[in-house]
Design a protein around this ligand. Structure first.
Ligand SMILES: [Zn+2]
Length: 167
């Protein structure tokens, strides 16, 4: 795993440590990380701050020419909204940690000329599953499994059985 995906994974872990959904992203421009973020749905009660959106927000406003030579690293396949942001800002390349837990509209991105690299199916996912099941969070206790169940509440009409809420 390269340093950028490692940084995205660190963001995912940061989110998990605060009771959030463990998905992280970084935006890289000319080899430098210019934005980092993690899913903030639980922490901020946000409906738009997926890790990719949080990352883009934290990167601040870049010039159009900068987006067009940047690379977005994200631990999980981007959803419709985040894929839309990739297209809107003309980000030409997305590196995805894994797409086994959830797979967004990857074909749509590809058909619009976005280069996709999937690092290792199941890689980020297994690191989540291998970490402690019960974690201490900022003010509340949540099962790791529940964090992903929250994610699916937003993104899928039917939560996959693996990630059903346990409480
Ligand atoms: Zn998203």
């Amino acid at each position: 795993m390269d340093e950028y995906m490692q940084a995205a994974l660190e963001e995912a872990k940061k989110g998990l440590a605060c009771g959030g959904i463990p998905i992280g992203s970084v935006l890289v421009l000319d080899g430098k990380i210019v934005g980092r973020g993690h899913n903030q749905r639980v922490q901020k009660g946000s409906v738009v701050l997926h890790s990719e959106m949080d990352c883009l927000e934290n990167a601040g406003r870049l010039k159009a020419v900068d987006y067009k030579r940047s690379v977005l690293y994200t631990t999980l396949s981007p959803c419709d909204m985040c894929s839309g942001a990739v297209l809107l800002y003309g980000i030409p390349k997305v590196v995805i940690g894994e797409n086994a837990t959830f797979k967004g509209p990857e074909e749509y991105l590809k058909s619009n000329g976005v280069e996709l690299v999937v690092v290792e199916a199941g890689s980020a996912n297994s690191s989540w599953k291998n970490s402690s099941k019960k974690i201490k969070t900022c003010g509340m206790k949540i099962l790791e499994n529940d964090a992903m169940a929250f994610f699916f509440q937003d993104c899928c009409p039917v939560t996959p059985l693996d990630w059903t809420l346990t409480k």
